[in-house]
Design a protein around this ligand. Structure first.
Ligand code: F6R
Length: 593
């Protein structure tokens, strides 16, 4: 959500900024803008919609701008309009800034500035920062002091890059909680929200610390904290970036669903070899020594954590699961020796980062399962396990969910030294391949039948309930059809009131422990007129079932059955002509709280 790129001294500023904004588009955005500095003159361009819209309005440049900053905005304060689009200039034009994050006290600051005569043109919190800088500059006549005094009054999270009118030789930055990186090249410097816009031009990065600020120039970087210049080191570690390529598929989501089998096979190779699990000994020791595992995540990753918690519960370990944005306000540290497991595909989800910071303040060990090497969570946690799912482009997470569950299965089995998990996962891969080859056509037929539904309900118990939550989320986010997942036993405690003639209900049955109760639930909803579709595993199936999936271990059913659910959501979205890979209002990486 929101992306920043900037350069100084680079040989082709326009292409770096435009290509960089496109590299960051996975973060989601609804408008884009940039500023070019030609020394004495600053030109600003803004467009609602895609970066291509922005590109289209930039004229042919006869001179290469010496520096530039670009921004993709995901609206938080104010609608996605040109006025609200970044860069924002301070009232007298001294500072031209782009910002990611959320300034929590922006209203109060805005009022203070207004009482001093500052006028605002946008609804954004970013314009408050530009005017604060200007206000402080009028007072101090010193850019660095203006930054320090501005940072001292801001609360919340921000990554800010700005051009100072009075200093055309430096590009300034300041950062707290929102990610920002610097890249150094031969007589040029770059800055961006992550390394992806910079990888083509440098392998020398600086990962900026919270509360740092400073400037870059064509041949220098200076970083400060609390008024002191601080030393820094370049990391040469190149980030885990895979090429974005549809490879003949109509949508990334479909491609990513069909990569699930390969992702699981890769995880087995990464974490098991020659009859041994390859998890870090210190990690296994920390897990063993802990008396309570706390899972924290958001959205799809949260749904995967529900499955992971069941794995450890079954092994007799006490666990709890939390939605990160809830935990952030009500942190809990159960047991004498808790151990935290965060799940985050992107590794940059602000709510989860907030929780990690709280957990670290309490000196409690933590692990993250993430798909992004070098991400904020990967760097911040004591332990990290990579999902090895490759780049996930589609906003709707699919292969990362499967990878999270499969990796948690590997970890829990390593914890109990149960090596049969490898055979179980092999079997699971075969079942998924069968879905990809033979069953998805049937799912398409169901999608065709249900594509005009107003509501669709998912029913399940145990692992099937966990998976149903994910099935329902996936459906609603990309089709905009209302959906709910209901635990079978909860039906009669309320939700059954919603069932009437022809209400679609998709029931998953993969667990012999709950199969009979689920069959009873089917009768209950059918008696109220529901149109029932069943996803069932072979040994539990009968002639009336809609889709029968080959047998596999019940604890891995969320990995298998979610493939059906992902196909279902995908087909319904395509049949309704939805923007499958970029559903409305959503971003791939939710970097604001
Ligand atoms: C849904 C989806 C989101 C993410 C959530 C957490 O398809 O992708 O619900 O799962 O925003 O993101 P990560 O896993 O990157 O922390």
């Amino acid at each position: 959500m929101c992306g920043i790129v900037g350069s100084i001294g680079f040989k082709n500023t326009k292409s770096f900024i435009i290509d960089g904004l496109k590299d960051l588009d996975y973060r989601g955005y609804d408008s884009a803008g940039l500023a070019f500095s030609f020394g004495k003159r600053i030109n600003i361009y803004k467009a609602v919609g895609s970066v291509s819209n922005l590109e289209a309005i930039i004229p042919e440049l006869s001179l290469n701008p010496y520096m530039g900053v670009g921004h993709t905005r995901w609206a938080t304060h104010g609608k996605p309009t040109e006025i609200n689009c970044h860069p924002h200039q301070s009232m007298h034009g001294l500072f031209t800034i782009v910002c990611n994050g959320v300034v929590e006290n922006y209203l109060q600051l805005k009022q203070q500035l207004q009482s001093k005569g500052f006028k605002f043109v946008s609804d954004t919190d970013t314009e408050v920062i530009s005017n604060l800088l200007e206000d402080r500059y009028f007072e101090t006549r010193n850019i660095m002091r203006s930054i320090e005094e501005t940072m001292a009054v801001l609360t919340g999270s921000f990554a800010v890059v700005f051009i100072a009118d009075m200093d055309p030789k430096h590009l300034y930055f300041m950062k707290r909680h929102s990610p920002l990186m610097i890249g150094r090249g031969d007589h040029f410097s770059l800055v961006a929200s992550d390394a992806s816009p910079m990888v083509r031009y440098t392998d020398k990065y600086i990962d900026l610390e919270d509360d740092s600020y400073g400037f870059i120039s064509n041949d220098d970087v200076e970083i400060f904290k609390n008024g002191e210049k601080i030393p820094f080191q370049f990391t040469k570690k190149s980030p885990d970036i895979t090429v974005k390529d549809l490879n003949g598929y109509p949508h990334y989501m479909l491609k990513e669903i069909e990569e699930i089998e390969r992702v699981i096979r890769r995880l087995m190779v990464e974490y098991y070899d020659k009859g041994e699990f390859l998890f870090d000994h210190e990690l296994m020791r920390a897990l063993t020594e802990s008396d309570h595992i706390v899972f924290v995540a958001c959205g799809t990753s949260y749904h995967a954590s529900l499955v992971g918690a069941r794995y450890f519960d079954i092994l007799g370990k006490s666990t709890s699961t939390h939605i990160a944005s809830e935990f952030a306000y009500y942190p809990q540290f159960p047991g004498r020796k808790p151990f935290f497991i965060f799940l985050s595909q992107s590794g940059e989800t602000a709510d989860v980062i907030h929780c990690m910071t709280t957990v670290k303040e309490h000196n409690i060990p933590c692990l993250v399962l993430t798909n992004k090497k070098g991400s904020t969570l990967e760097r911040g946690c004591d332990f990290s396990l990579l999902l090895h799912a490759g780049l996930e482009v589609s906003v709707a997470s699919t292969k990362a969910y499967a990878a999270e569950v499969a990796l948690l299965a590997l970890l829990a089995n390593a914890y109990s030294n149960r090596k049969e998990v490898i055979r179980d996962l092999e079997e699971c891969c075969g079942v998924i391949a069968d879905i990809d080859q033979n069953l998805k056509g049937k799912v398409h037929e169901i999608a065709e039948e249900l594509k005009h539904s107003k509501d669709i309900y998912f029913l399940g118990r145990g692992f099937d309930y966990d998976m149903s939550l994910e099935a329902s989320l996936k459906l609603k986010e990309i089709t905009y059809i209302h959906s709910e997942a209901v635990a079978g036993g909860e039906l009669k405690h309320g939700p059954i009131a919603l069932i009437s003639q022809d209400t679609p209900v998709i029931v998953t049955i993969s667990d012999n422990v709950t199969a009979l109760s689920m069959r009873a639930n089917i009768q209950e909803v059918k008696a109220r007129g529901a149109k029932v579709f069943t996803f069932v595993t072979e040994p539990l199936a009968n002639d009336t079932d809609t889709i029968v999936v080959k047998n596999h271990k019940r604890y891995l059913s969320p990995v298998v059955m979610s493939s059906l659910a992902f196909y279902f959501a995908y087909y319904v979205a395509v049949l309704n002509d939805r923007n499958v890979d970029k559903p409305r209002n959503l971003a791939k990486s939710v970097t604001v709280e």
